[in-house]
Ligand binder design. Structure first.
Ligand SMILES: *[C@@H]1O[C@H](CO)[C@@H](O)[C@H](O)[C@H]1NC(C)=O
Ligand SMILES: *[C@@H]1O[C@H](CO)[C@@H](O)[C@H](O)[C@H]1NC(C)=O
Length: 368
């Protein structure tokens, strides 16, 4: 091999070595920690796995400070962090709640994971307690309870200490925590209680009584809407519950429409109980005013109630600006398209500083 050949061979070898090292230097996560709702006094694990050239050291940070290993926390060789007894408030006033990051390092570099938010499961007190009600035979009984918690508490109801019979189609439990009983009869009388549970625990509301009194009369009674839909502001993908409870004799027929005359549609639409409307996975197009109508059967006699549904959507880029090269003296155009509801505000930055229109810089709103 001549001198030139040897040099070429050495050069190729060094390129190979460089490729090998830089590939190995690219530490990368195969598993990053995810957000968790932790339970008081229970163990908590956060995972973190990286690949790259060993030795790799893993370090965990909470709220921007390195986590000291102590009897309450340990880092396994696989990178997992174990907090053996999660505490929202510790004796020294500190907390295990916070934003956790995992940091991995080898001799070539370092990577930092996403921030995983750790929050303690909670359950507040009921902010709406059920209240005792009276109803006439064949009328409607309705109870409501509301409570905040993390994760969102699941609501169920008890009557005289027993779970209510939800297979009885006269009993409708709405996901909002409302219990409706239609066509009530004497046997529905009793003491009702709302039960909320989530991973933080179980809570019982105050008791409320349903009293069914009087005798069923066959006298004509105008249709009446006892409870109509509320005004709701939701985010896309949430579920809208529009309530409508009507009474009268004969029993009125409940129907729904949109005030603007557009059809409500069928996809993701469900009627709960005798007249409540449920829209799953709401979109911006579902925004509008919804009208519940209670009709006397076979006539045009009716009562209506309405509620506004507003569906908001977070800002999202539809088109991002692209890098361009232009000759001196010509125009350069950057395009940025966003969508969201309400309409997002756009700000341009140049080298990190807000770009104001003026001189030869023009801003045009193409979003509309
Ligand atoms: C890491 O090891 C611990 C202890 O053996 C185990 O409990 C945990 O599940 C492991 N993590 C992963 C991501 O497998
Ligand atoms: C809903 O909002 C309208 C105005 O947009 C208001 O007139 C009405 O009283 C509200 N309804 C309820 C139940 O709050």
């Amino acid at each position: 091999v001549g001198n030139g050949g040897r040099q070429l061979w050495l050069c190729a070898l060094s390129v190979l070595i460089w490729v090998y090292i830089s590939a190995g230097a690219e530490l990368s996560f195969t598993l990053e920690p995810s957000d968790i709702i932790a339970v008081q006094e229970q163990p908590l694990m956060l995972h973190c796995q990286v690949e790259g050239i060993p030795p790799i050291t893993t370090q965990w940070w909470r709220n921007g400070t390195p986590l000291a290993q102590n009897q309450n926390s340990a880092i396994f060789l696989n990178g997992t962090l174990l907090i053996s007894r999660f505490q929202k408030t510790k004796a020294d006033g500190s907390s295990d709640e916070g934003d956790y990051e995992c940091m991995a390092q080898n001799s070539f570099g370092m990577v930092v994971s996403r921030k995983a938010r750790v929050q303690a499961a909670t359950m507040a007190d009921f902010h709406v307690q059920p209240r005792s009600v009276w109803a006439e035979p064949a009328g409607v009984g309705r109870f409501q309870c509301q409570i905040h918690g993390l994760p969102e508490p699941v609501i169920s109801w008890e009557k005289d200490g027993q779970p209510v019979d939800t297979t009885d189609e006269r009993y409708t439990l709405l996901p909002t925590g409302v219990l409706q009983i239609t066509e009530v009869c004497e046997e529905d009388s009793g003491v009702f209680c709302c039960v909320a549970h989530n991973s933080a625990g179980v809570r019982h509301s105050n008791e409320a009584r349903l009293t069914v009194t009087g005798s069923q009369s066959s006298v004509y009674k105008e249709p009446t809407i006892l409870v109509g839909p509320e005004n709701l502001t939701l985010t896309v993908h949430q579920t809208a519950i529009l309530e409508c409870v009507a009474t009268g004799h004969p029993r009125p027929i409940v129907s729904w429409s949109r005030l603007d005359g557009r059809p409500i549609g069928v996809e993701g639409i469900q009627v709960l109980g005798t007249g409540n409307l449920m829209i799953s996975d709401v979109r911006v197009q579902h925004s509008g005013i919804y009208v519940c109508a209670a009709n006397k059967p076979g006539t045009r006699v009716r009562r209506t109630a309405q509620g506004r549904l507003v569906v908001q959507a977070p800002a999202e880029f539809v088109q991002l600006p692209q890098s361009i090269a232009r000759p001196v003296g010509t125009s350069a155009i950057f395009t940025c398209l966003v969508q969201g509801e309400p309409e997002p505000q756009l700000t341009w930055l140049k080298n990190g500083e807000i770009l104001m229109p003026g001189g030869h810089v023009k801003l045009r709103n193409n979003n509309r």
